[in-house]
Design a protein. Structure first.
Length: 67
């Protein structure tokens, strides 16, 4: 493995023998870290948003299931 830092990015070179599914999970985590690096949201904010989305999703699903 080699890591190179340029002015605009970090380049990581890995062995082609790595498990692709494990690598994808790692990349998903890194994408999450990159997208939230400047976020000021707290865990409480996230928990409230998740609860709200679940509530709305359940309300929508409930009307579908009760037909």
């Amino acid at each position: 493995m080699t890591i190179e830092r340029t002015a605009n990015e970090v380049i990581v070179r890995l062995s082609p023998l790595l498990d692709v599914e494990e690598l994808q999970r790692l990349l998903n985590y890194l994408a999450y870290k990159e997208s939230t690096i400047e976020s000021s949201a707290t865990q409480e904010d996230v928990d409230k948003l998740v609860a709200e989305v679940k509530k709305e999703r359940w309300a929508h699903s409930q009307t579908r299931f009760n037909k």
